[in-house]
Design a protein around this ligand. Structure first.
Ligand SMILES: Nc1ncnc2c1ncn2[C@@H]1O[C@H](COP(=O)(O)OP(=O)(O)O)[C@@H](O)[C@H]1O
Ligand SMILES: [Mg+2]
Length: 465
């Protein structure tokens, strides 16, 4: 559970450690190298001056060398040794050493090469420089200079300890601040996790208190949105289940009542019995219609789509109108249709039939005797439009938003009387959307309703025609 914290701490510690090491090594190393350079420069130039002065001497001896050095007056070293070509010491000022004189260096110098060594140890720079003294192409001896410098060393050591103190403090501060910030982030993440658990436990009304504006806040907001969606879906589901059970309960109750009355009437005459049984049959039929529609809806909900096929909307409209003719006659409603040719939509014939049938059925059902219904099909370059107009009772403005909801009826009694389930328009709505269309409802002049459905006109590639 705390592995993120562990990972983070390990990561930061490693980085800080590397930083610490680099900070403490690199500056010291490069300033030490600078001092080495400087030592080489100063010793080599001094040795060069001395060597060239000595090479002008006729004979190298203790006295002549002392004399030359007195005139040159060079003081930038700790000790000077001069030897002859065989390596015998001719001159040694016996200066303060701390640097050992290496015979090997002198021999190298006598072989014609210069030697430089410098060492930073024991709080001091110990440097040595050996150089041949030559004239007319032959080596006559060697100059050997050594230097022992504690001052530079101290400055560098001081800087080193300052850097050490500063970098350690800095690293500690960074670590502490990082841990604090990280813990704050972690706490907010834990709050999110806690909220997720609460919601997962079924409390969809729970909301996370989001603080700040950073990415975690964004995550929190998204989480809240998600929870809200869940909440809505869950509420819809519950309402749907309760509406559906209610819808099924009413006809079932009538059936039981009718059945009971038949059973309990002592000597019921045949006509009454037949009437009751007919009623039972009607209620059963209504139950059947409702369950069929519920199945249609759940199929649309699942989004289980058969591949869309080219559907000739005119043909489907004619089929639906044939089915509706008896109802229209019964209601004394006239149906007129204006159906353009060549209106093809990529959809599913059954769904298209449901759409046209339900809209036209409503237009007939919620009409007045002597009223009329108009079914218009037309298309332009990009769309196919299907309009169903009626001169009926109309839909009050405040109900228009709701009529596509499941089980919603403007006038419950009237709908039930007409055998309605309140599911027709929600099926229409879902089916239209499932096939990429749109549906709008408005008022018909001077009275009645108008539903307009539009679908995108498929390209000839899509229809394959
Ligand atoms: N053309 C219309 N004119 C007036 N009211 C309508 C029309 N179409 C639908 N309605 C109203 O919308 C409600 C929902 O319609 P619908 O979903 O088809 O259910 P149903 O027809 O089973 O009652 C209906 O009960 C009715 O009140
Ligand atoms: Mg209907």
């Amino acid at each position: 559970m705390h592995s993120i914290r562990f990972q983070f701490l390990a990561f930061i510690s490693v980085i800080m450690l590397v930083l610490l090491i680099l900070l403490n090594i690199l500056p010291i190393a490069s300033s030490r190298d600078l001092v080495f350079e400087e030592k080489r420069d100063s010793l080599s130039s001094q040795a060069a001056v001395i060597a060239s002065s000595l090479s002008g001497l006729e004979r190298l001896s203790q006295e002549s060398i002392t004399e030359v050095l007195r005139i040159l007056d060079i003081t930038g070293f700790s000790r000077m040794v001069v030897t002859d070509a065989e390596g015998t010491v001719l001159y040694d000022d016996g200066g303060r050493t701390g640097v050992t004189t290496e015979l090997e260096d002198i021999l190298t110098a006598l072989s014609g090469k210069t030697v430089f060594r410098s060492l930073f140890a024991d709080s001091a720079f110990s440097s040595a420089y050996a150089m041949p003294v030559s004239s007319q192409g032959s080596t006559r001896g060697a100059v050997y200079l050594t230097e022992y410098d504690t001052e530079r060393a101290r400055i560098i050591l001081d800087i080193q300890s300052e850097i050490r103190v500063m970098s350690v403090t800095l690293v500690l501060i960074v670590l502490v601040v990082a841990v604090i910030i990280f813990n704050l982030l972690l706490r907010r993440m834990q709050e999110l996790v806690r909220s997720m658990r609460i919601v997962a436990g079924g409390d969809y009304s729970h909301r996370l208190a989001v603080r700040g504006q950073d990415e975690l806040a964004e995550l929190g907001n998204e989480f809240n949105l998600l929870t809200q969606r869940l909440d809505e879906t869950e509420r819809q589901r519950r309402r749907f289940v309760s509406d559906a059970s209610h819808e099924l309960k009413t006809p079932l109750a009538s059936i039981r009542l009718l059945a009971d009355s038949i059973v309990q009437s002592e000597n019921i005459d045949m006509d009454t019995a037949r009437e009751f049984v007919t009623d039972i049959g009607n209620e059963a039929e209504r139950l059947q219609r409702t369950t069929e529609k519920l199945l249609d809806l759940s199929r649309l909900d699942d989004g289980v789509q058969v591949l869309p096929e080219p559907v000739d909307v005119k043909q489907v409209s004619l089929d639906a109108l044939v089915m509706l003719r008896p109802l229209a006659e019964e209601k004394q409603v006239k149906i007129r249709s204006e159906l353009a040719e060549g209106c093809v939509v990529m959809a599913n014939t059954d769904d298209m039939f449901h759409i046209i049938f339900n809209l036209t059925e409503n237009a007939v059902k919620y009409n007045v005797p002597g009223g009329s219904v108009r079914l218009i099909l037309k298309g332009d370059e990009e769309h196919i439009y299907l309009t169903v107009e009626d001169t009926g009772i109309g839909i009050p403005e405040e109900d228009r938003l709701n009529i596509f909801s499941r089980f919603y009826r403007v006038d419950k009694a009237r709908s039930r009387e007409a055998g309605g389930s309140g599911l027709g328009l929600s099926i229409v709505h879902d089916a239209v959307l499932a096939h990429g269309g749109t549906i709008a409802v408005g008022q018909n002049k001077p009275q009645g309703s108008r539903f307009i459905v539009s679908f995108p006109r498929p390209t000839s590639e899509e229809t394959g025609i």
